[in-house]
Design a protein. Structure first.
Length: 236
């Protein structure tokens, strides 16, 4: 059943984005028990599942995509079940996750996965998982784990689009720079100095990187650094 190369998205920067809210919640909760570990592994396999699953609807279905979607889903369920049995309240977050998945399903059917609204649906999914992680740890709902990563990743989305699909459209570069500038000033106003510094770094990369002619792989690798800096600023 496991013969052949696994089906994994080549958007490695998106994986870092997917896990920033999770690690943000774990660190802030100061809780490092087995349930959070299992929940994180379940989230990893659910994230991996999403790529071959949506490929079944956006492109011609293949046996390989069907097989790996099934494998990832079963593995995710195996790790999630012990947590859900003991902490069924976490299922409260299933409804928003399902609604966001329907948005992504819609754009997959239209073969328009790069639509901005589809990107935002994915970003919101990451934030909801962060909220669920924090709730699992301390039994409190805190929208910080949705809000801070979401607005940062929206700026990141415009930045990435300005380097890839919309690289010939100067509007996206201008929007990327403007969003990062406004958000950096917003956090300065809130006296969140560490986050302000992280946004200054992100602003600098939004201005400088488009002039360097980097390929997509280099851009993605550099995003790992940007995301790590932002995570550090959130928990500082």
């Amino acid at each position: 059943m496991l013969n052949g190369k696994p089906v994994i998205s080549n958007q490695h920067g998106a994986l870092a984005m997917a896990f920033l809210p999770y690690f943000y919640a774990v660190i802030q909760a100061k809780a490092y028990d087995w349930s959070l570990f299992l929940f994180g592994i379940a989230w990893l396999f659910l994230y991996l599942f999403s790529y071959p699953f949506f490929q079944l609807f956006s492109k011609k279905p293949t046996a390989k995509n069907q097989r790996w979607a099934g494998i990832y889903f079963v593995l995710s369920l195996m790790f999630a079940l012990p947590v859900l049995i003991i902490f069924p309240q976490v299922l409260l977050f299933a409804l928003p996750l399902l609604l966001l998945s329907l948005v992504q399903f819609y754009f997959a059917k239209k073969r328009d996965e790069r639509h901005l609204l589809n990107d935002i649906a994915g970003i919101l999914t990451f934030g909801v998982v962060g909220m669920a992680t924090y709730y699992l740890a301390v039994q409190e709902v805190d929208f910080s784990f949705l809000i801070h990563p979401t607005i940062f990743f929206i700026g990141t989305t415009f930045y990435v689009k300005s380097l890839a699909r919309e690289r010939k459209n100067p509007l996206y570069t201008e929007l990327s720079i403007s969003i990062h500038l406004v958000l950096s000033l917003f956090y300065l106003f809130l006296s969140r100095d560490a986050i302000f510094v992280a946004y200054l770094f992100a602003l600098a990369r939004a201005i400088i990187v488009p002039t360097l002619g980097w390929n997509v792989k280099k851009v993605g690798m550099f995003e790992f650094l940007t995301i790590v800096i932002f995570l550090i600023s959130l928990v500082w």
